[in-house]
Design a protein around this ligand. Structure first.
Ligand code: PMT
Length: 222
């Protein structure tokens, strides 16, 4: 157990963007590459965990020994997350689309008028939807912000009833979407705040998993 502290622990990781189809040839998405979530899945597996990776569309290879479930939309991700709640730890590094087109157009939208309107409707919030389903799972969220990082992160920590949240300012150099590095601050439900310098995403993954190990030990799961 020295090198494999997560032996026997089941971890669900979500990663990547979601895609919301507009018509048969178009979709709404964001810049998530999946790198952050895949790095966590890989490190968790190396530390001995049984890992389920729920992934939006990415160009990344599945880490060795990880069970990957591919999804496309936020609704698909919600369904996959709810179907895999029998785990000890849930880490939500994915960037699910918060909105989707109100009406999917069955045929390609043809070019014509100078401007067209598209109405968007809210997608479900996956983390909020699982609040009533959480028993003793450790739940870790991310907060991707462009301003007021601490304020918004604390709000998400409380609303989504997380054990801790990993905040990243996605406009900072060397942080956020599609980079190999990230700059994070971890806010814990107990009020602790830890800030880190710019580090490779696999190192950030290790820091997050160390914190998870600390919580699992406190719970006497390991
Ligand atoms: O994938 P990379 O290119 O490596 O980029 C990494 C990252 C920037 C995507 C990652 O570090 C990150 O910040 N992920 C969270 C992105 C996000 O959706 O943040 P948010 O602040 O909008 O959401 C807060 C939390 O709620 C997140 O844990 C998110 O997974 C979750 N969420 C969001 C929307 C939604 N409908 N349901 C959710 O559960």
């Amino acid at each position: 157990t020295e090198n494999r502290p997560l032996e026997g622990v089941r971890i669900m990781v979500t990663a990547g963007p979601t895609r919301e189809p507009v018509d048969p040839v178009r979709y709404i998405t964001n810049h998530s590459s999946g790198k952050m979530g895949y790095a966590i899945a890989k490190q968790a597996q190396l530390l001995g965990a049984e890992v389920i990776l729920i992934s939006g569309p990415t160009h990344l290879e599945t880490p060795n020994g990880v069970k990957r479930i591919d999804i496309v939309t936020t609704s698909d991700m919600l369904e996959a997350v709810q179907a895999n709640m029998a785990v000890d730890v849930i880490i939500k590094a994915a960037a699910p689309s918060d909105y989707k087109p109100m009406q999917y157009q069955n045929q390609k939208i043809k070019k014509g008028s100078e401007s067209i309107d598209m109405k968007l409707v809210k997608n479900p919030d996956i983390l909020k939807s699982i609040v009533p389903l959480v028993k003793d799972q450790i739940v870790v969220g991310f907060a991707a912000e462009t301003q007021n990082v601490e304020g918004y992160a604390m709000q998400k920590l409380q609303e989504k009833k997380l054990d801790f949240i990993v905040a990243n300012d996605v406009t900072a150099e060397g942080a956020g979407f599609d980079k190999d590095t990230n700059i994070v601050t971890i806010f814990e439900a107990n009020g602790t705040k830890s800030s880190y310098e710019c580090l490779r995403k696999d190192v950030v993954a290790g820091i997050i998993l160390d914190k998870v190990i600390e919580y699992l030990k406190k719970q006497q799961t390991i």
